[in-house]
Ligand binder design. Sequence first.
Ligand code: HDE
Length: 722
Amino acid sequence: MTARPQIRVTNLKAVPLQGEAMSTNDGHRSEDQETAKDQDLKKYRHETGEHLTTNQGLQISDDQNSLRAGARGPTLLEDFHLREKITHFDQERIPERVVHARGAAAHGYFQVYESLSDLTKAAFLQDPTVRTPVFVRFSTVAGSRGSADTPRDVRGFATKFYTPEGVWDLVGNNFPVFFIQDAIKFPDFVHSVKPEPHNEIPQAASAHDTFWDFVSLTPESTHMLMWVMSDRALPRSFGRMEGFGVHTFRLVNAQGKARFVKFHWKPVLGVHSLVWNEAQKISGMDPDFNRRDLWESIEKGMFPEWELGLQLIEEADEFSFDFDLLDPTKIIPEEQVAVRLVGKLTLNRNPDNFFAETEQVAFHPGHIVPGIDFTNDPLLQGRLFSYLDTQLRRVGPNFAELPINKPVNPVHNNQRDAMGRIAIDSGRVSYFPNSLAGGCPMHSPKAAEAFSSYTEKIEGNKIRERSDSFSDHFSQATMFWNSMAGWEKQHIVEAFSFELNKVETIEIRTRVVNDLLANVHPDLAKRVADNIGVTIRPELTSPRLYEKVSPALSLENLTRGTIKGRVVGLLAVNQISGAHIDTLLQNLKSAGVRAENIAPTGGKFGGEDGHSITVDKTLATTASVFYDGVVLLGNKSQGRDIFDLGRAKHFVAEAFMHGKTIGAFGAGVDFVRTLNLPDGYENEPGIVLFENGDNVVDFTRQFLEELKAHRHFNRLIEKVSA
Ligand code: HDE
């Protein structure tokens, strides 16, 4: 077995051990790494003289035929090799995660911009020259391990920091709030959203009776429902979604001063989402859409990056909000407490083995380091129990010994044995206190450097009761609605309508509208009620409305104006100069935009001046839903003219419906005219038409400018709805 490269930390910096592969500082694969890979390949090819053996090291001369009594006779029980091979295979799976089963992950590093010693004593947050290794796993929540990447769902965003003081796990989501306020409700919530137990339908979808039954009776879930019904639940890629620690945590500095903190991850590429119609199609055409994007971005050296943001609250200000800081169904609006950007996370290395790393990684909010601490958020408190329990069951009692979970600093304690123990503990002493081992391992002599829980004064009656300060379930849901652009509101209405039209029990639909949505906003309630055939109780049509707005919640304000990493589909029609295509491709590339050439058949297509262009995808193997923009050029493709193909027409019309930037150059403009797009389309944002086909430089410039908007959802919003 080839051991996973271990990471050793010297002077807080991760360096490769001798002969091991490790990314260089700029994240590109190093020469060493390539050599290691080549060596592996050689090994597989048996060029180094290594031969197939059993697990006991016995060389095998025939791995293709089992041992039989006669060439056509029964297989013999004696065949130890067959039994070993098959029984090991039979045990290959571990239980998938109860939630967040579907995931993808990558290695990388985290680096602070400047020392945070004023806020925390956490060693890895002190020195801006230090790169702390991380492993980040993204996931959907409801689906099974083999489900698609793009259902309407929350995404997990779990980060393991291998710090010199131990492992810190920030186990967050891409939404800043959660469905419930108390961990005791979690099994009920999860049972309701998972496939229904009698027939295991539907897979990875909340659009069914049991989920809406539960939430319609759980008003505290309303704020979270607004997020789930928004396009935030359909990330364009993992690298373009925000992450949140959700709960309020504490930072504690060396002087013992504590502050409350909310953790944020802000994607450097901005926040971009799909629309529901696209997400559904992608689920069928490429169920690995987000996973593939993460993998390919890293392989291509376009490393996903996020900035770590902190919202800091002095302890004295704990009660100065109109919600409780311990309530995980609330956000602190960024306009009220600014997010301070303190460092950057970069993912630059794909796992070598999905099972050993992505599947066996074991996160736990209780994996903590000195300088960071918990609060009494009742959801967090429950999680502190649940994750250890789940890892013990899923990965086993020695999960912390597996390479992906192992801290980079040494572990010393008297825990022993159990299934799958890797360490060979020597000596006769496995207890404390002891004298036979000189008292070792002993308590840390430097108490200030070791972890000690923040001394918080607690007084109270032992009681099953929730604080009154947790009782406002609607104000922030209303704030979310208030903060949305017109198209975002439209998409939210459509999402509620889609989901509730799939709910068969009319009483549940009625409850969602009357008991939840009518308390959020009468406009939302009415639009959904009209779409799903229920009536709003008259007394609910003019509720007291929360008026706050938080612009930081709208996707329209989160694009960061960048087009790096966007993907554009090129469709060639009629004759065009190869030089034009070259210029276009070159300009797209220098803007960080990836282009794919699409033609009716694979191979190459030629320009009029003898250029030939390689076809990346055929019309049968791709669709507009995989692109952020479309460019139509003149060219003849493989003798058949793409211009006449229904698939090409559908491609462009669908891109229009999904609000994408469409650029047509020369003969491409004629093509667009044949599509019967809604009247006035040529003047809509995101439509770039250059009829005369000469100035490809200006065309590309304008196309790229429009691409910055990400999508043009205001386009003909009444006529076309995505
Ligand atoms: Fe989790 N959650 N959760 N969760 N969660 C798990 O742990 C749980 C919650 C989150 O990539 C499980 O290893 C309870 C909030 C992520 O491996 C389990 C409660 C947030 C991941 C579990 C919550 C999360 C999990 C299932 C309510 C955002 C995937 C398998 C008290 C802050 C981590 C596992 C990965 C996974 C329990 C609520 C995020 C069963 C009891 C809130 C990202 O232990």
